[in-house]
Ligand binder design. Structure first.
Ligand SMILES: Nc1nc2c(ncn2[C@@H]2O[C@H](COP(=O)(O)OP(=O)(O)OP(=O)(O)O)[C@@H](O)[C@H]2O)c(=O)[nH]1
Ligand SMILES: [Mg+2]
Length: 479
């Protein structure tokens, strides 16, 4: 059976956007028929999708790299590049997504819940789309944006329906091996099991999973033995089953004190996912009754344990006595537990949180460069990525865009002088006002900016967004 992996790091790489195409339509006797470069396709997303048929993160353990396909470049004759295909990764219900630093991103609950783990890059516009009255035949196109790459931690909130608790050599691995198809290592020395095993058990209509975990000893909550690691697994099981060795001759051990010792450890442990371990339903499995002394002992302690309100089952994994009854009883407890859970609602679509400053930007003084500035913002940074810097026309277009957004005005307002160093994203450059009258231009109203009239590529709505961003206090406006 599957080894059980409850925590993996995945490397998600979304597809890059395809580059836009700069092309000029050509026909016989009509050599310059206007721009006809198509747009690049968008890169594919890497998406996590909850699938109730998936129970472990094992696949990701073996294949941690996930990449969506790139968008295709645009071509002449107005042919747009194809979009890259999304890559859907199927994850178990109850997968918790964290950043590598342990910051919580999402809790994926309910069949079909989706999370964009890494967003594909946008395709670049071709020169046909960039054409305007003022720029009838642009000799450039926009570059496709690189897709996001993110390292994410996936953790299983629930690893199994039933978790086995017990001292080393109590017979936990033996039990899972006779109840399910799991074939864990079994031996008569302590700590045979080092990593948990997962078994799938059928009890009539009910199918449930059981986790065999490493043995527990007193002091585990402080890290003794395999300690905390083990408790982290137990925390993710709905039902806890004590497996008690009734045939041990070890000094100071008997079924009751074994149970008490392990309960004391559980009580010491603070579950990292919240929720109390004390609230989990419990059963007690008295094992090894094929040994005569053990059977006798089991008979003696059974009523005492039952008096604590626990269900007790006497079994032997060696002679297979009592297994059928145990299987159905566990199925019953699991069914009860499931029925008591609130109905899980599919969160349906959890989208990647969008950047708050999508429409705006901020300018700060560069702490490292005297007289320098850093411009931050989703859009200006994206525009930089879309620009092919070896093409002067493309650079001019970028400068227009930045100035229209108000970046230039803001730099002036903050005391930028021509020639100072400005950083936007990956780009560092010596700033020069776009027009010789750049500084004076801040005195004119926005509506009278001659560059605005010249350009119809930016839609009214886009301009409105930019304007609105200017009004939001704190976005960047220092007034
Ligand atoms: N006589 C008898 N021996 C058993 C029974 N169940 C398990 N054993 C023996 O007990 C020893 C330990 O069994 P395991 O299943 O490895 O015990 P475990 O609880 O998984 O132990 P750790 O992984 O070390 O925590 C082995 O030698 C088994 O053969 C049983 O019902 N009767
Ligand atoms: Mg074991």
């Amino acid at each position: 059976m599957a080894r059980f992996v409850d925590r993996v790091v995945i490397h998600a790489a979304a597809g890059n956007g395809g580059n836009g195409c700069a092309s000029v339509h050509r026909e016989k006797f009509k050599p310059l028929g206007g721009p006809d470069g198509g747009n690049g396709g968008n890169g594919g997303d890497v998406i996590l999708v909850v699938d109730s048929q998936v129970h472990t993160l094992l696949d990701f353990h073996f294949r941690p790299h996930a990449a969506a396909t790139n968008g295709k470049a645009g071509a002449g004759a107005n042919r747009d590049g194809a979009n890259g295909g999304d890559l859907e990764l199927r994850v178990p219900d109850g997968t918790v997504v964290l950043t590598e630093d342990g910051e919580f991103i999402a809790d994926l609950v309910g069949e079909g819940t989706r999370l964009i783990a890494a967003a594909g890059g946008r395709g670049g516009l071709g020169n046909a789309s960039l054409a305007s009255k003022a720029r009838k035949a642009p000799g450039f196109a926009l570059l496709g944006e690189p897709g996001e790459t993110r390292d994410l931690v996936l953790e299983l909130k629930s690893v199994a329906d039933v978790g086995l608790l017990g001292f080393p050599s109590a017979g936990k691995s033996s039990l899972i091996s006779v109840l399910s198809a799991a074939k864990p290592k079994i031996a008569d020395y302590p700590f045979t099991t080092l990593v948990p095993n997962l078994g799938v058990i059928t009890a009539g209509e009910t199918i449930f999973t059981m986790a065999d975990v490493p043995g527990l000893i007193p002091g585990a909550s402080e890290g003794k033995g395999l300690g905390l690691d083990f408790l982290r697994h137990i925390e993710r099981c709905a039902v806890l089953a004590h497996v008690v060795d009734c045939a041990t001759f070890e000094e100071g051990r008997d079924p009751l004190s074994d149970i008490d010792a392990l309960e004391a450890e559980l009580a010491q442990y603070t579950p990292s996912l919240g929720g109390e371990l004390a609230d989990r339903p419990r059963v007690v499995i008295l094992n090894k009754i094929d040994v005569p002394d053990a059977r006798e002992l089991a008979e003696i302690v059974k009523p005492e344990i039952e008096a604590r309100g626990l269900r007790v089952y006497e079994i032997s994994t060696a002679s297979r006595e009592g297994l059928r009854e145990l299987t159905y009883a566990l199925g019953e407890v699991v069914r009860e537990y499931r029925a008591a859970q609130p109905v899980k609602e599919a969160t349906r679509i959890v989208l990647r949180p969008t950047a708050v400053d999508d429409a705006g930007f901020t300018v700060i003084e560069d702490p490292q460069v005297e007289g320098g500035f850093i411009v931050r913002g989703e859009r200006p940074e994206r525009w930089i990525r879309q620009t092919e810097f070896s093409n002067d026309e493309a650079v001019g277009y970028l400068a227009d865009r930045l100035s229209r957004l108000g970046v230039e005005d803001q730099l002036v307002k903050m005391g930028a002088i021509p020639g100072c160093q400005v950083t936007i994203g990956d780009l560092v450059f010596d700033w020069e006002p776009t027009t010789p009258a750049g500084i004076a231009m801040t005195m004119t109203g926005r509506g009278t900016d001659p560059r605005l009239e010249r350009n119809e590529r930016i839609g009214a709505s886009e301009r409105k967004i930019a304007k609105k961003a200017r009004r939001v206090p704190g976005t960047y406006d220092e007034e």
